[in-house]
Design a protein. Structure first.
Length: 390
């Protein structure tokens, strides 16, 4: 009787699923994403808390990727690891020190002339404000200068606090530089041994981690070398333009633009703004407008030609992905986060496939057939039996 009822009403004998399959899948993915997000959040908090250590270590990895080709060539030339590392470090420090010495001497020679040119430009601007289309009066300009001076005096205590904070930050920066040099030295000298020691902690997964680490290191090396090449081209072009305009301090400004090129978006605006102010103060507004035009054109060429050709091929990132990564890195870590966001993302992007991929199975070697037996000569079969009969 029950069987007949179930046969007549099949839907009443069985209960359907209480949760739709799609919602079940979404829920399963959601709690996993939440767990991953919590882990990433706490990891980011730990990194931010230990920024005094993590930031120099991250920069040390970038410097190691830049300097390791020199150390590797010295080792192949017969240098012991300690001597190759010391030679690399001394060459890098000598280059930076020599560049700083030359720029300092040039700045010392050209700075008085720059001050005189800025004073002349200020007088010209003041005369233009009085006689130009604005027709301002000297009393208005004097009131503006007086108000500016009053604001500076009122903010003197805050300026003093800022200077003291800057002095503390300078001490911390010097300590971070010392840590950076130590980490870079040992990464250049014992990087392979450190990596081997690190792999021992993964047991049977060491092969996957090793392949992922090597892929990440190649990506990081390509990124650093490409970024340095792009920054060097950028600084060279701007330096030539400033020298052609006979702008004082053109060499320090070119170096400033070189280092600012490593800070995405913000760096070039800051360095370009400083260079534009120097051009305006020394050569006037016409040269300043020309320089801004050259800077904009050169920046567009860098973004659409140099970056895709040099850095883009190494990372294989779409420009939209790079912009999003920079925005997230800037929000989470400020300028430092924006600097390391792209290389960190590129390293993770290249390492994850190697962690998931199994080692390719080597195809079996083909079995070589046995060489064919030599066929007897036509007369050999007849001559052999004739021997005993002789």
């Amino acid at each position: 009787m029950i069987a007949e009822r179930e046969h007549a009403h099949p839907g009443k004998g069985r209960r359907g699923p209480s949760v739709p399959p799609t919602l079940n899948i979404v829920a399963a993915w959601s709690w996993r994403v939440i767990v991953i997000g919590v882990v990433v959040y706490f990891f980011a908090m730990i990194v931010a808390r230990l920024s005094f250590v993590t930031l120099p270590v991250a920069i040390a990895f970038l410097l190691t990727a830049l300097l390791y080709p020199i150390t590797s060539r010295l080792r192949r030339a017969g240098f012991r690891p300690i001597y190759a590392t010391w030679t690399t470090m001394l060459v890098a420090l000598a280059f930076i020190g020599g560049l700083g010495f030359l720029i300092g001497n040039r700045a010392n020679d050209e700075f008085p002339g720059l001050v005189a040119q800025i004073q002349q430009t200020a007088r010209d601007v003041q005369a233009w404000l009085l006689t130009g289309p604005l027709h301002l009066r000297e009393a208005q300009i004097a009131d503006f200068v007086e108000e500016l001076t009053r604001q500076i005096n009122e903010q003197r205590s805050q300026i003093t606090d800022t200077v003291l904070t800057g002095a503390t930050a300078l001490v911390e920066a010097l300590a971070a530089i010392v840590l950076l040099l130590f980490v870079t030295f040992f990464l250049l000298k014992d990087g392979d041994r450190i990596w081997g020691w690190f792999l021992r902690a993964f047991g049977g997964a060491a092969d996957r981690v090793d392949r992922a680490g090597r892929a990440a290191w190649r990506t990081l090396s390509h990124y650093v070398l490409g970024t340095v090449a792009v920054a060097a081209v950028h600084a060279l072009v701007i330096g030539i333009v400033l020298a052609g305009m006979r702008v004082p301090l053109w060499a320090p400004l070119a170096v400033l633009i070189f280092f600012a090129s490593f800070i995405p978006i913000v760096g070039i605006f800051f360095a370009g703004g400083v260079a534009t102010l120097v051009v305006f103060g020394s050569q006037g507004w016409v040269y300043a407008l020309i320089f801004v035009g050259v800077l904009v054109v050169e920046q567009q060429l860098e973004n659409h030609v140099l970056q895709p050709l040099i850095v883009g091929r190494a990372l294989e990132f779409h420009p939209l992905a790079i912009i999003i990564v920079l925005a997230v890195g800037g929000i989470l870590g400020g300028i430092a986060g924006a600097v390391v966001a792209v290389p960190v993302t590129a390293v993770i992007y290249r390492a994850l496939p190697e962690l998931r991929r199994d080692r390719p199975v080597e195809p079996p070697r083909p079995v070589e057939p046995d060489p064919p037996e030599p066929e007897p000569s036509p007369g050999a079969g007849d001559a052999a039996p004739a021997g005993p009969n002789r």
